[in-house]
Design a protein around this ligand. Structure first.
Ligand SMILES: NC(=O)c1ccc[n+]([C@@H]2O[C@H](COP(=O)([O-])OP(=O)(O)OC[C@H]3O[C@@H](n4cnc5c(N)ncnc54)[C@H](O)[C@@H]3O)[C@@H](O)[C@H]2O)c1
Length: 343
């Protein structure tokens, strides 16, 4: 069923403030915005010239507002399951921030809940699928310019120290909010999307040297085996001493790509007709837009209004979390883990 008019509610106004702008840029009506923090709520209302009466500190006001038909959930990961279930019960279409959830029980329950409400459309906010450099890489791979892929690697290196200094009990310190699921899901999802398949064997290590506030490993390294003899590697560090990056390399039989989410150029090496690799990269300019919430919301809106397909289904969100949980399990046990993709 196509949706004629989008009336959007946003719950959580950290990353949610970007999604609010994405919805406004699309031209959607904003029916309500919510944050328990009054300063964030006031700022979002003011920044977007929204009337005070559509702001609330209680997300149930969004869920119960019959005028709102689309809800963007951008609250801490631990809350996603409950809010998704409540929004589905109220008949809302949902775009939920990544990761889908943090635990196996929660991802299973979310998939079942979405399946039980076919009248509601659901999108997981794996925003890297809208980052211009990553979109460019996907296009080059699909055009066959790299030949057969044999090695793919990505990293999520993001220093969380300032967040814990501001608040040592930040929701990211929850042991379930392991950096691998919380942030590493970006790198895992990116590789799954670029390869267009799921890793079926994972072996990983972890260390903990950087963030005293957390009990989980703050750095992990995972080796992934994809179907088609494609090797993968994911590095996650949430206390790293560098600026945020998702440095990514894709190796194929005809070429190699090197790029990240923060640079305005993209390196491509293409082999010549004799198969010789290029000595120098082609430097391709790309827009820097690490949180491309406008393109992300547009994909969901087009899905609702025109029934166009989305790549970021609930199953994609669940599979990415399942692979992340396998990385954590392998880091703990020292054993190869086969991710469970049955939900
Ligand atoms: N796509 C990305 O690149 C990206 C980046 C950062 C965070 N995230 C995800 O976005 C979500 C939010 O993360 P964040 O960085 O914005 O966190 P944040 O802590 O900066 O902001 C969350 C906001 O939600 C509010 N909030 C918490 N519980 C609430 C509730 N019950 N009702 C209403 N408001 C509530 C808080 O007051 C806060 O303002 C998480 O799922 C996170 O993993 C995604």
């Amino acid at each position: 069923m196509k949706v004629e008019k989008l009336v959007v509610g946003v719950i959580g106004l950290g990353m949610g403030a970007n999604h609010l702008k994405g919805a406004i840029n699309y031209g959607a009506e904003i029916g309500g915005i919510c944050d328990t923090n009054p300063e964030k709520l006031a700022k979002a209302l003011e920044d977007n010239n929204l009337p005070a009466e559509i702001g609330t500190a209680d997300y149930h006001d969004i869920v119960n507002n019959k005028n709102i038909n689309v809800v963007i959930i951008a609250t801490p990961d631990q809350q996603h399951r409950t809010q998704i279930e409540e929004c589905l019960a109220a008949g809302k279409h949902i775009m939920c921030e990544k990761p889908l959830a943090l635990t196996r029980d929660d991802i299973n329950a979310i998939v079942k809940a979405v399946e039980a409400h076919p009248e509601c459309k659901f999108m997981i906010g794996q925003i890297c699928r809208f980052t211009p450099a990553f979109v460019q890489a996907k296009k080059i791979i699909e055009e066959g310019k790299l030949g057969d892929l044999y090695f793919v690697e990505s990293e999520y290196a993001h220093d969380y120290q300032h967040m814990f200094e501001a608040n040592p009990t930040n929701w990211r310190s929850d042991p379930d909010r392991n950096g691998v699921v919380g942030g590493g899901c970006h790198a895992v999802d990116l590789l799954r999307w670029l390869v267009n398949d799921d890793p079926n064997e994972i072996y990983a290590h972890g260390t903990h040297k950087l963030l005293p506030e957390v009990t989980y490993d703050d750095a992990n390294l995972a080796i992934l085996k994809f179907p088609g003899n494609i090797m993968g590697k994911v590095f996650v560090s949430t206390g790293c001493k560098r600026n945020y990056t998702m440095r990514t390399c894709i190796y194929g039989t005809k070429g190699t790509l090197i790029f990240d989410n923060r640079s305005d150029t993209f390196q491509a090496f293409f082999a010549d007709d004799e198969g010789h690799g290029a000595a120098e990269p082609e430097i391709i300019p790309v827009e820097v837009n690490n949180h491309n919430a406008t393109a992300e919301f547009k994909e969901f809106a087009d899905h609702l209004v025109n029934d166009t397909p989305i790549t970021t289904t609930v199953y994609e969100g669940a599979k990415t979390v399942a692979a992340c949980l396998a990385i954590i399990e392998s880091s703990k046990t020292g054993k190869i883990v086969n991710p469970d993709y049955n939900f």
